[in-house]
Write a protein that binds this ligand. Structure first.
Ligand SMILES: [Zn+2]
Length: 268
């Protein structure tokens, strides 16, 4: 087998193992002895809820009108296809991005719960909100592709939160999900604390397609948990477009909407 085959086989085995694990055994045992808690404030919640009603009400869902390219809320409705100044000034390589909620102190606990704490029960809520925000993108998609983690990071994290969300969205929409078709070939350092330019350099040429023909002429929805500066999504979009993708849209749960981006540590 080639190195690439080896790596794909290794990734596949990992993912299968992780699917079986799901939530860790300690987390499952903890559920038996302690009631479920709100991810944000720690109050008791009913078994399947991730947030208490008070914290739920603080989540800011992103509603139309939004910038057709960046998904950022627009102050007033400028009609179909309106594009923000930010998108005109610095056009990304993707076609359309949509986010379900504003990434802020209230949505961050949900994102971190899935990403860092094995709380798989938040995935249905996150994917449900994404399906709503991205309904048009999903309706026009040929394939869903999660932003990949490098296999070492996958090993450490144990699962790729973006793949979990993509699989949920695939189940909900009937669209195929390609977890291994886009690969992270360069082990990039974490984007924590990097400027926009540094992030772009960090992720340049970090991604590759496993099969050069896999995306030719296809409309792709790239799935991630958050979109901050967009450097990672843009590098993925560029790779997919070079591989012949007809369209690359980006669908995330949390979208950073402020010009200032203090303490953003959620994009890799
Ligand atoms: Zn709460």
């Amino acid at each position: 087998m080639s190195d690439m085959d080896d790596e794909v086989a290794e990734n596949t085995a990992l993912i299968q193992r992780l699917r079986v694990w799901g939530r860790s055994l300690p987390a499952r045992l903890a559920d038996l002895v302690a009631p479920p808690r709100c991810l944000a404030c720690g109050d008791e919640v009913v078994a399947t809820a991730a947030l208490c009603p008070q914290c739920w009400a603080k989540i800011t869902f992103i509603e139309e009108p939004v910038c057709a390219v960046m998904g950022l809320p627009l102050d007033f409705d400028q009609g179909e296809g309106a594009v923000s100044g930010a998108a005109l000034a610095n056009p990304p390589d993707w076609d359309r991005a949509r986010g379900a909620v504003v990434f802020d102190d209230h949505s961050r606990p949900l994102i971190h719960a899935l990403k860092y704490h094995d709380r798989m029960e938040v995935a249905p809520f996150m994917a449900g909100a994404m399906a709503r925000a991205g309904r048009r993108l999903l309706a026009e998609a040929d394939v869903l592709v999660p932003v990949p983690l490098h296999r070492w990071r996958l090993w450490w994290r144990r699962f790729n939160q973006s793949a979990v969300l993509a699989q949920r969205l695939g189940e909900a929409t009937g669209r195929p999900v390609e977890v291994l078709a886009l690969r992270r070939v360069k082990r990039t350092r974490s984007q924590v604390g990097l400027s926009q330019a540094e992030r772009e350099t960090n992720v340049a040429r970090a991604f590759a397609v496993a099969d050069p023909e896999a995306f030719r002429g296809r409309r792709v929805v790239l799935v991630d948990d958050v979109l901050t500066t967009g450097a990672t999504a843009n590098a993925c979009a560029r790779t997919l477009k070079r591989a012949g993708a007809a369209r690359v849209d980006v669908l995330v749960f949390g979208l950073v909407v402020t010009a200032r981006r203090p303490h953003i540590d959620d994009e890799e």
